[in-house]
Design a protein around this ligand. Structure first.
Ligand SMILES: [Zn+2]
Length: 256
């Protein structure tokens, strides 16, 4: 078979391919940044296998229990994409083991979180930002019954580190270090007008301030596409696209 027809065949396959009953291949690999930067974001066989596992063991049981659509905000991220959005170390999104999900309709994110925590096996479960009552979204990962740590974390907007341990979970052979003592990095704001500082790392989060072009900031943590910064007067989250890093090796905690 020549390359042309082979490629066509693969693309045709991709279009109909499903990760699980309720997650399409397109949903599993969608990324704004990948589209904007024309980056390919496709899992290999092994990553696809991992995606299918977390979808089958966590997403589908949830979906079935609540019988409402659950939004998949971010699932697979290639290493290149993860780098492009600010993550320097390998996150479980890069192996296909993690997904970020959000409830729809009458269901709350807390209900999803509680259900996973109580009823399902998982590797890491993260209450992502939000309030005491409800997280903004949920990060959940799955490896295998043997490797799953059942570790529960919570990310907090003003936290340093961002991730706090709710339940340490099981010790496994080689626990992945997720909460590291971090040195801060430095960066410079590069923006035409003003850079909005937000309370949490989402586009629709409350604005807590603005930074001028050329302003020097200290970066204390990161999330995909976002940096948590501190300057003399301000602290909060800004789009990573508008911060030029002073080139040093990253010592930041990875995005989970
Ligand atoms: Zn995540």
């Amino acid at each position: 078979m020549d390359v042309y027809f082979y490629t066509k065949l693969v693309f045709k396959d991709m279009a109909v391919l499903k990760i699980s009953k309720n997650i399409s291949f397109k949903q599993g690999t969608f990324s704004d940044t990948a589209i904007r930067r024309r980056m390919k974001n496709e899992p290999n066989e092994e990553q696809l296998k991992a995606m299918k596992k977390v979808a089958k063991k966590v997403f589908e049981p949830l979906r079935e229990n609540f019988n409402e659509p659950i939004r998949v905000n971010s699932f697979f991220r290639s290493i290149a994409l993860n780098k492009a959005i600010g993550g320097n170390r390998t996150s479980q999104h890069c192996t296909g083991e993690a997904m970020d999900i959000e409830a729809t309709n009458e269901i709350t994110n807390k209900k999803l979180y509680d259900y996973i925590k109580k009823n399902l096996d998982f590797d890491q479960l993260v209450w992502e930002f939000g309030t005491e009552k409800n997280p903004d979204w949920i990060h959940v990962s799955y490896k295998s019954p043997k490797e799953n740590r059942n570790r529960v974390l919570r990310s907090v907007a003003e936290g340093n580190p961002v991730y706090q341990v709710v339940e340490a979970g099981k010790e496994v052979a080689e626990p992945e270090v997720v909460i590291s003592k971090k040195k801060s990095r430095k960066g410079t704001v590069t923006v035409k007008t003003l850079l909005t500082v937000r309370k949490i790392p989402t586009k629709d989060s409350k604005a807590v301030g603005q930074l001028e072009n050329g302003k020097k900031v200290k970066i204390i943590s990161e999330e995909p596409g976002w940096y948590q910064i501190k300057s003399e007067k301000q602290s909060g989250w800004v789009s990573a696209d508008h911060i030029k890093l002073k080139s040093t090796k990253s010592t930041l905690a990875p995005e989970l």
